[in-house]
Design a protein around this ligand. Structure first.
Ligand code: GLY
Length: 364
C-alpha cells in the first residue's frame, strides 16, 4: 500500500484520527472497531450519486468487522440538505434500532457529511459518526472539525451543531470517480489554506497547480494531509469558532452569497475562490495588503481554472452575505489577507462590506 498519513486531532470535546491515503476502505472495519468497540450496528448514510458506487463495499467491510449494517440513501444535492431529510434520517436510525453505542457512517461529499453528522449529533443526544468523504472538498474541509448543519430557507448551514467525528478516513482512491470540474472546484479550499496559514503550500500551488489529470497520488496525499493539519491546528485552538476558527471562513462571506445567489449552480470551491479574490483586491485598495499579494491570489485561483470575480449585483450579494449566521448585530467579521500565509479578522459594518464589494468586484 502507498503512503498513509495519520493526523491526530485533539479538540476539547473529542480526540480522533484522520487517515489519508489510497485504498483505505479495506481498513475501515478495523479502524471503526478500534474507535467504537461496543458497537453492534452501523448505519451508512449516503446519497443517490455516491451510494451506487461505494455503499456495497463499505457495508461488506463493516459486516466483516462484525457490525450489522443498514444503509439510508437520500437524493443527491444541496436541495436535500434540509430539516425534512434530517427528520427522515433520524426516523431511519430509530427504526433500524441503533443505540448510543452504535455508529453512523457518512459516505459522501460535503452535503452527506454535514447532514449525517448532524443526525449523529442529535440521535439519542449523540452517537459516533465516522466520516468517509468521497470528494476532495469534504476531505480537506467539511469532514474534519465537527461542524455539521442543514440549510434553512433563510440561508445555508443555519441549523447545526459542533459534533466531532470519531474517525475520518480520507481514501483518495474514491476521488477517481470525481469529475474534473468537481476536482478543480475543491482546489479553492486548498488555495485558501495556503493564503491563511502556509506560504510554502501557496508557493507550491503557484509553481505547479493541481489538476485532476496530472496530480500524482503521493503529491495529493501530502497536500490533503497538509490542508487537514492546518485545519486541525485552528480547530484545536478554537473548536467552537469563538475567534481564530473564523480565519477558515476566508472568502466565505461573499463566497456563500455567490453560491446561494447562483442557486448552487456554482460550486462551493468556485464561489469561495471568487470571494477570496474580491476581498483580496478590496484589501489591496484599502491598504490592508499589497497589490502583489492580491495579484498572487488572483493568479493562483486563475491557474486552477477557478473564477476570480462575479457579476452578481452588489445589492444581491449584500443581502445574501448579511444573512450569514456569523453576523453579529449590524457588524460582521471578515477575514482579510495581510500577506500570503497570514490573514486577520476585521469587524466591519454593512456599509464597510458594501465598500469591499464595490472595490473588489471588477466586473461592475
Ligand atoms: N469550514 C470552516 C470550518 O470548518 O470552520
Amino acid at each position: 500500500m502507498s503512503q498513509v498519513r495519520v493526523i491526530d486531532v485533539r479538540t476539547p470535546s473529542r480526540r480522533y484520527q484522520v487517515h489519508v491515503g489510497e485504498r483505505l476502505i479495506g481498513e475501515l472495519g478495523r479502524l471503526t472497531r478500534a474507535v467504537c468497540p461496543k458497537a453492534a450496528k452501523a448505519q451508512v448514510i449516503s446519497d443517490s450519486n455516491v451510494a451506487p458506487l461505494y455503499a456495497n463495499e463499505v457495508v461488506s467491510v463493516l459486516a466483516d468487522a462484525g457490525l450489522i449494517c443498514t444503509v439510508q440513501i437520500f437524493e443527491a444535492g444541496e436541495a436535500s440538505k434540509n430539516i425534512h431529510t434530517l427528520s427522515s434520517l433520524l426516523e431511519g436510525l430509530a427504526s433500524d434500532g441503533l443505540t448510543r453505542d452504535d455508529i453512523v457512517v457518512a459516505l459522501g461529499g460535503g452535503v452527506v457529511g454535514d447532514i449525517a453528522g448532524l443526525a449523529a449529533a442529535m440521535y439519542l443526544r449523540g452517537c459516533a459518526v465516522v466520516q468517509l468523504p468521497t470528494s476532495l472538498l469534504a476531505m480537506v474541509d467539511s469532514s474534519v472539525g465537527g461542524k455539521c448543519a442543514v440549510d434553512l430557507r433563510a440561508g445555508k448551514n443555519l441549523a447545526g451543531a459542533f459534533w466531532q467525528p470519531s474517525l475520518v478516513v480520507a481514501d483518495l482512491s474514491l476521488l477517481d470517480s470525481l469529475s474534473h470540474e468537481l476536482f478543480a472546484d475543491s482546489c479553492g479550499e486548498i488555495i485558501k489554506y495556503g493564503v491563511i496559514a502556509d506560504a510554502a503550500l501557496f508557493l507550491e500551488l503557484e509553481a505547479d497547480p493541481i489538476t485532476a489529470k496530472d496530480v500524482g497520488k503521493e503529491r495529493l496525499v501530502r497536500i490533503v494531509a497538509r490542508s487537514i493539519e492546518i485545519k486541525r491546528s485552528v480547530v484545536e485552538a478554537d473548536e467552537r469558532e469563538g475567534g481564530l476558527r473564523q480565519i477558515l471562513n476566508f472568502g466565505h462571506t461573499l463566497g456563500h452569497a455567490i453560491e446561494v445567489a447562483s442557486d448552487f449552480r456554482l460550486g462551493h470551491g468556485s464561489s469561495i475562490s471568487a470571494g477570496m479574490c474580491i476581498i483580496a483586491r478590496a484589501s489591496a485598495r484599502m491598504g490592508w495588503c499589497s497589490e502583489i499579494t492580491a495579484r498572487r491570489i488572483e493568479d493562483v485561483v486563475c491557474a486552477h481554472g477557478l473564477p476570480t470575480d462575479t457579476d452578481i449585483d452588489a445589492e444581491t450579494l449584500l443581502s445574501f452575505a448579511t444573512h450569514d449566521k456569523k453576523r453579529r448585530a449590524d457588524h460582521l467579521n471578515v477575514v482579510v489577507p495581510r500577506e500570503i500565509g497570514r490573514v486577520e479578522l476585521r469587524n466591519i459594518t454593512i456599509e464597510g462590506l458594501r465598500e469591499i464589494i464595490d472595490l473588489g468586484c471588477e466586473s461592475r
